[in-house]
Design a binder for this molecule. Structure first.
Ligand code: ADP
Ligand code: MG
Length: 592
């Protein structure tokens, strides 16, 4: 199975490496050079747009920064192109950090519009600067030299461009298969990522800078290939084309960037050179034909072309759990019976609506406490205030002798409160193993928001082994040991809920918060879930379970807190609560 994929990859690499040695025409090499340069920018967009969900039309501006930095230094100051590259990277990273800080908190079309704005701004800036040659740009840029060999020839540049591109593809591949990479892949589901301890704003910045650096590198190579630069090569049109390439190839896939750049460039070139002769028309219709082709492509292959090609090859999981690995550090757990969670006078107002009104209850270590009540009672809101998703209007939550007031979801999970979601929040195309490993985001060897460069360079193998081994063990623990390499989206709802519990367990919690884990489950699935919760309890885990279904919690919980219309109407042992007239009325009223 794996051999077929390997063989295809090696065949591709062999063709790439041998091509310039064969007597192929120079125009081919030239086309391939442009495909390589575009692929690099599109690869950045695969990360930014495909993985991170952030649309940018402005990548051409970073290409321009890379090109102009080196063009200026090497022509005006006769400096080395390598110095030009360093300057380009320095300006790019600085610009990306500043632009990112301003724009990345925006979302959807606001972000897209912002990228158009700075693309235009930088484009006009290039054309108005005297020392950059105004609209004529700069020429007489020297050829690159590597180890004393001049790369003035297109074939020599080809090797450098494609060599760097393949390294970039490898780097992206390594990154995505790492702890920070899983965090990046979770960005489209920001609330869930934060609940696993991911600093989503910072991770978006990481993507933005990486994409900008790839664009800058492409620009630097372009300047020394073309030996002249002018603003027109870095306009908004190019920014749009790069995005097109990524989307056509498949923005969710690293190789989609290369495929997209190749298809786009070749189609455009073919239409430009062959179509006029074919159609014998007075007017030029290439642009229209090209546009129609692209729209058709997007219509029939929404995820791009790469998945269609990949279908012919066996799928392989990105990450595999090792048979053994050193154990991850565990936090000290509270003694059974010790006070763990203390909710006092909690209140939440949404405008005029009081969703939670003066709710108090407590939970001791080793207990399963149920928070029940009819729909709209305020259970999830209470849950969200405890887990740091939203601040309380009044009241306090104390956990292990510490107030949780003002803490974010990320800080709450860091303190040992793991959670699941009322509506399952998984990454459907990621394996069960990787979904669960995301829960261990804060338990790696590197700083929680670091490890990006180490992962790119594969210096994270020990970390990965530990995290994936832990994830596999948690999957075993919840009874999903046979599903490690299944895509989460292919599991049944019952399995997906267990998967969420395994992911929460991976955060090494002292308290587990479950929001309606039995909702939508079939009878047998509910029984399996109850058995798991009983097992966790026997292992000493403390659980706060929010539930609508009273039957489910009856035999499971030590203590029940009942809410209705935002207020606590009863609490006690399940038996006592079941006989409480106010509770019966609330539930009967709900059914009626
Ligand atoms: P439960 O989980 O018990 O079904 P919720 O806590 O979700 O109930 O909701 C309690 C009440 O608060 C409902 O009336 C709901 O419409 C309202 N509510 C919940 N979240 C919000 C919000 N973000 N903005 C405004 N109202 C909300
Ligand atoms: Mg709810």
């Amino acid at each position: 199975m794996r051999n077929k994929n390997r063989a295809a990859l090696f065949a591709f690499l062999a063709v790439v490496a041998l091509l310039p040695l064969l007597p192929v025409p120079a125009v081919w090499i030239s086309l391939l050079n442009y495909i390589g340069l575009s692929s690099m920018v599109a690869l950045g967009l695969v990360l930014l747009t495909g993985v991170g969900g952030l649309t940018s039309f402005g990548q051409a501006a970073f290409v321009g920064i890379g090109a102009y930095s080196s063009a200026y230094l090497t022509t005006a100051l006769s400096a080395s192109p390598w110095l030009g590259l360093l300057l380009g990277l320095a300006i790019t990273v600085t610009a990306a950090l500043i632009i990112g800080a301003v724009t990345l908190t925006m979302s959807g079309h606001y972000l897209a519009l912002a990228t158009i704005a700075w693309a235009l701004a930088l484009y006009y800036l290039f054309g108005t600067m005297g020392f950059l040659g105004y609209h004529d740009g700069l020429s007489g840029i020297p050829a690159l030299e590597v180890l004393g060999i001049s790369l003035a020839d297109g074939r020599a540049m080809y090797l450098l461009i494609w060599g760097l591109l393949l390294l970039a593809v490898l780097a992206a591949h390594n990154l995505l298969a790492s702890r920070p990479g899983r965090a990046l892949r979770a960005l489209k589901n920001g609330a869930m990522a934060e609940a696993m301890g991911v600093n989503t704003v910072w991770m978006k910045m990481v993507l933005f800078v990486l994409a900008a650096v790839l664009a800058c590198l492409s620009g630097w190579l372009y300047a020394h290939l073309q030996r002249a630069v002018s603003p027109s090569s870095f306009g908004l049109t190019y920014g749009i084309e790069y995005l097109f390439m990524a989307v056509i190839g498949g923005a969710g896939y690293v190789w989609g960037a290369v495929l997209g750049a190749a298809v786009f460039t070749l189609a455009k070139e073919f239409l430009r050179s062959k179509l006029p002769a074919l159609l014998q028309l007075e007017v030029s219709v290439e642009a229209i034909v090209f546009g129609v082709l692209m729209v058709l492509l997007l219509h029939y292959a929404r995820d791009g072309l790469w998945p269609l090609l990949r279908r012919r090859f066996p799928r392989q999981p990105t990450a595999r759990a090792p048979a053994t690995a050193p154990a991850l550090a565990k936090r000290a757990k509270p003694d059974t019976g010790a006070p763990l969670l203390e909710v006092q006078g909690l209140r939440k107002e949404f405008g005029g609506l009081v969703a939670v009104d003066d709710v108090s209850f407590s939970l001791r270590a080793g207990e399963i406490v149920g928070l029940i009540g009819p729909n709209g009672a305020g259970k999830s809101t209470t849950f969200n205030m405890i887990s740091g998703v939203m601040p309380a209007t009044a009241g306090s939550v104390r956990y292990r002798d510490e107030s949780l007031a003002g803490l974010s979801a990320r800080q709450v999970v860091q303190r040992g409160i793991g959670r699941t979601f009322q509506h399952v929040q998984l990454l459907p195309t990621m394996t069960a193993l990787e979904n669960v490993a995301l829960g261990a985001h804060l338990r790696g060897d590197f700083r929680p928001q670091g490890g990006v460069l180490a992962s790119i360079a594969r210096l994270n193998r020990t970390e990965e082994a530990k995290l994936l081994h832990e994830a596999a063990q948690q999957l075993e623990r919840v009874g999903l040991g046979d599903y490690l390499y299944q895509e989460a989206g292919n599991l049944s709802l019952g399995q997906q809920r267990l998967l969420e519990i395994a992911r929460a367990l991976c955060t090494d919690p002292a308290l587990l918060l479950l929001d309606e884990p039995a909702a939508g489950l079939r009878y047998l699935e509910k029984q399996a879930l109850a058995a798991l919760l009983n097992k966790l309890k026997a292992e000493g885990m403390s659980v706060l379970i929010v539930e609508h279904d009273m039957d489910f919690v009856m035999n499971l919980t030590d203590h029940l807190v009942v809410m209705e219309f935002g207020r606590k109407i009863a609490e006690g042992t399940p038996d006592a609560v079941q006989r409480n007239p106010a509770v019966l009325e609330a539930y009967l009223g709900d059914i009626a």
